[in-house]
Design a protein around this ligand. Structure first.
Ligand SMILES: Nc1nc2c(c(=O)[nH]1)N[C@H]1C(S)=C(S)[C@@H](COP(=O)(O)OP(=O)(O)OC[C@H]3O[C@@H](n4cnc5c(=O)[nH]c(N)nc54)[C@H](O)[C@@H]3O)O[C@H]1N2
Ligand SMILES: Nc1nc2c(c(=O)[nH]1)N[C@H]1C(S)=C(S)[C@@H](COP(=O)(O)OP(=O)(O)OC[C@H]3O[C@@H](n4cnc5c(=O)[nH]c(N)nc54)[C@H](O)[C@@H]3O)O[C@H]1N2
Ligand code: SF4
Ligand SMILES: [Mo]
Length: 751
């Protein structure tokens, strides 16, 4: 089996409504046979949001491979290239095995006691001198639920800082925002089985063939089976996903909102609206209709540079298919009208009542494997359990649960989003920044600025990672973390499936689980509740899970039916049932909702009084917005639109995938994709090295011709050298605050 050449593996076609056949994929280390394996340990893959159920192979106390779990609801045994090669091979390779501390400018090895004392000393001093606002926590979408919940309690009730967020801000902040704006709360309405049941599938800014390869294998198996679904792809590049499409719309980056307004207009004009559903279950139809009215096919075609006929065909497929599944991801989320455009996808489904029914629904996709948990457990600044920071009752519930004064829990303003946390660090109002499981020196926009901030003398930087990275090199203290397979915990995938991942092996050297590190910090800081008892009352992962279960009780993401015992064996288990909103009742009730919402164009928030006055009472919001041009447009000096994203062979900043030889050899260095016509105009050939640069900075990379539409160039962002984020800029969507990685004006010259 060569999952590099054959990314999706052999086809196992299935017809509509049939069970997706099982196909078990397995990869073992060279020279290890199945009979050599001592134990198979239950887990799920943490290299994307699909969350494929898998077992970890252990021999002589080491991880020696993986195998898909045949009975898992998500993958029915399959695994993709990253899971098969990238999930386990990095385990033994040049890991961080002791804490490091900066002495005389150099990072030197030290013990846990010295490292933690240094952090606690600085933390105490800052709390005394400045107060809680001196602390910022920047975490991940790759830890476990138990770790996020513990971090959330420490930050909100121990320190009392609103400055907590995850790299989820770069990733799925828009998913959460679009779900809150339309439905009142986070939570994916659809599920994986909808792929088996749908008549059409729409992918909006989502290169699923490269980024959720196992999910795409399920789509391919439908495409090759009887009663195949129609596929519509919206992406400025001819990706492998787009190649499988019946209609491929390739809008200019930054024009999604105009395209969606055009689709909505067509659906309304042709009478493909379920009037009864709309009047019973939604609010805002008239305003939506009026807003989209000017978006005629001709006008949309001019803004987006797509053909009007293709637009109308896509609208017809949406309007006339019985069951439609839509997925939305970074092509929409990392944009200036990110939440607005993503909400229009929700609107399309609401107009036809295609939600909460078999084969129909929306997946406002996650990207990272555990991003859903960052959001649920409140490590991204939101309050745990999808609670509303602006609702005093919700704050009181948490204060009672944690036995603290409600005033300790920051809720005087919205939680600070990541881009603002970095700004505060730049201005030195935040003086302790604790970074866990993320590599911002490669993944944040405008890297020259990020490096400058991390080097700032006034900023004490703690970095918690499994490897030395571009970011650890700029830290004051580095904490060696155990990773997947070396610790126990749970996480939730893009369709609310919760998996338990058991510890298979011991962490290397002195590395510790992130949970143990957070618990140690809480213990050393002596955080107490109102009765003087320890604030954090659990000592291990299962204890943290049980505490979280209580916290989630009665909320949309209620975990009380789950336990480690139930998650053991068998498959993953969903929260919220197979699909959400089967009865057309949404969590928009003012006492229940996670957010009172925003104006999609400006980001201005709705006041609690205004929200209540609209009496949503379980109806979903059809929120409308005009298209506005992106803040950065091509000019004479910077004539191309530069966009960025992923390759199938690498995960993010490659800390794991570059240590897997198959993956590293498949894509060892960065490149730029340019259209055939643009390459001709520039006089560059395949493999020529060019400089791609914006006002902020540039990279020198070889050219790959094809894939991009004219006027657009694409850089993969995986590489810490010649990094795409030298080029990108510090701008974000007004509602979700997700940075605009997908739109920069650039110029190109041959080197
Ligand atoms: N192989 C691999 N898989 C991954 C990851 C990985 O690093 N590698 N990371 C995981 C994570 S965390 C995430 S968030 C997901 C991301 O998964 P995706 O969102 O599928 O990945 P991207 O490549 O970032 O962006 C998707 C597409 O958006 C298109 N695009 C760019 N600008 C626009 C625009 O203005 N409009 C539209 N409609 N499309 C546009 C790009 O051409 C690109 O093909 O992948 C997950 N899976
Ligand atoms: N230009 C551009 N930039 C982008 C994007 C884009 O499309 N274009 N996409 C954005 C998106 S969607 C994302 S999700 C981000 C991803 O950006 P990052 O989060 O910076 O990327 P990763 O390489 O996944 O970093 C995760 C780090 O956690 C470490 N790690 C893994 N497991 C553990 C663990 O259990 N504990 C600890 N403590 N550490 C662990 C890894 O070694 C790694 O260093 O990048 C964003 N940046
Ligand atoms: S599709 Fe995602 S979760 Fe599944 S094996 Fe591949 S990387 Fe892992
Ligand atoms: Mo992501």
């Amino acid at each position: 089996m060569d999952r590099i050449a054959d990314v999706w593996g052999a086809r196992t076609p299935h017809g509509r409504g049939a069970n997706w056949p099982v196909r078990v994929d397995q990869q073992l280390a060279d020279g290890v046979r199945e009979s050599d394996v001592d134990r198979w340990v239950q887990s799920a893959c943490v290299l994307c949001s699909n969350g494929c159920g898998c077992d970890i192979a252990v021999k002589d106390g080491e991880v020696v491979g993986v195998r898909g779990r045949a009975d898992d609801v998500v993958n029915h045994g399959r695994m993709g290239p990253k899971g098969l090669y990238g999930s386990w091979q990095a385990h033994g390779k040049d890991r961080l095995t002791t804490p490091l501390i900066r002495r005389g400018g150099e990072l030197v090895e030290t013990g846990w006691d010295t490292a933690m004392s240094a952090i606690v000393h600085r933390s105490r001093q800052l709390l005394e001198d400045i107060g809680p606002l001196s602390h910022g926590f920047y975490t991940s979408g790759q830890l476990f639920l138990e770790e996020y919940y513990t971090l959330g309690v420490i930050g909100k009730a121990g320190i009392g800082t609103p400055h907590m967020d995850g790299n989820t801000r770069l990733c799925t902040a828009t998913a959460a925002a679009a779900l809150k704006e339309t439905f009142g709360s986070d939570g994916q309405p659809a599920c994986h089985a909808d792929i088996d049941l749908c008549d059409a599938i729409f992918l909006y800014g989502h290169n699923m063939a490269a980024t959720q390869t196992v999910m795409w294998a399920r789509v391919l198996d439908r495409i090759e089976g009887p009663d195949r679904p129609l596929v519509v792809v919206v992406d400025p590049r001819r990706t492998p996903t787009a190649e499988a499409a019946d209609v491929h719309l390739a809008p200019l980056p930054g024009t999604n909102q105009a395209l969606l307004n055009g689709l909505l207009r067509s659906v309304i004009e042709n009478g493909w609206v379920d009037r009864d559903y709309v009047s019973a279950h939604t609010l805002g139809f008239d305003e939506l209709k009026a807003t989209v009215e000017p978006y005629t096919p001709q006008r949309v075609a001019e803004i987006c540079r797509v053909s009007p006929a293709d637009l109308l065909r896509a609208a017809e497929i949406f309007g006339t298919s019985r069951r439609v599944l839509s997925t939305v991801l970074q092509g929409f989320y990392q944009s200036h009208q990110a939440t607005a455009a993503s909400c229009q996808v929700n609107n399309l489904h609401l107009l036809r009542g295609l939600i909460g029914a078999p084969g129909s629904g929306v997946l406002q996709m996650n990207g990272q494997p555990t991003a859903q948990n960052t959001r649920e457990a409140g490590a991204n600044g939101d309050l745990p359990g999808f609670r509303n920071w602006n609702n005093p009752d919700h704050v009181r519930q948490l204060a009672e649960l944690w036995n603290v004064d409600p005033l300790t829990i920051p809720h005087w303003a919205p939680p600070t989003h990541a881009m603002q946390i970095w700004r505060y660090a730049e201005q030195a109002s935040i003086q302790l920044l604790w970074i866990s499981a993320t590599n911002p020196a490669v993944s944040l926009p405008e890297l020259s600025r990020i490096r400058r901030i991390l080097r700032n003398e006034d900023l004490f930087v703690v970095v918690q990672d499994a490897f030395r990275t571009e970011t650890t090199e700029l830290a004051d203290v580095v904490l060696p973390a155990a990773m997947w397979g070396e610790k126990q915990g749970t996480f939730t995938n893009l369709s609310r499936v919760v998996h338990l991942s058991e510890q298979a092996v011991e962490p290397p050297g002195e590395a510790r689980s992130d949970l143990d590190i957070f618990l140690d910090y809480a213990h050393r800081m002596g955080f107490r509740d109102r009765d003087g008892d320890p604030l954090v009352k659990w000592k291990d992962a299962e204890g943290a899970f049980d505490a979280w279960r209580e916290c989630s009780r009665g909320r949309p993401c209620d975990y009380t039916h789950l336990s480690y015992e139930k998650l053991r064996g068998g498959s993953g288990i969903q929260w919220g049932g197979e699909r959400l909103y089967t009865d057309g009742v949404f969590p928009t009730d003012a006492d229940l909702c996670e957010d009172y919402g925003h104006d999609l164009l400006t980001g201005a928030s709705t006041t609690p009084a205004d929200y209540r006055a609209r009496r949503p009472d379980g109806r979903a919001f059809l929120k409308a917005a005009e298209y506005t041009p992106a803040p950065e447009q091509p000019s004479d000096e910077y004539p191309f639109l530069g966009t960025t994203g992923r390759s199938v062979y690498h995960f993010h900043t490659r800390t794991k995938t570059k240590r897997a030889p198959e993956l590293q050899n498949a894509a060892p260095r960065p490149w730029v994709e340019i259209s055939v016509a643009d390459a001709g105009d520039l006089g560059v050939a395949e493999g020529d090295v060019v400089r791609v640069e914006s006002e902020r900075g540039g990279v020198e990379v070889p050219v790959r011709i094809g894939r991009c539409r004219d006027g657009v160039v694409f850089l993969p962002f995986h590489y810490g050298f010649q990094a795409a984020n030298e080029v990108t800029h510090t701008e974000w969507d007004p509602v979700s605050k997700q940075p605009m990685f997908k739109i920069s004006a650039v110029r190109i010259r041959r080197v």
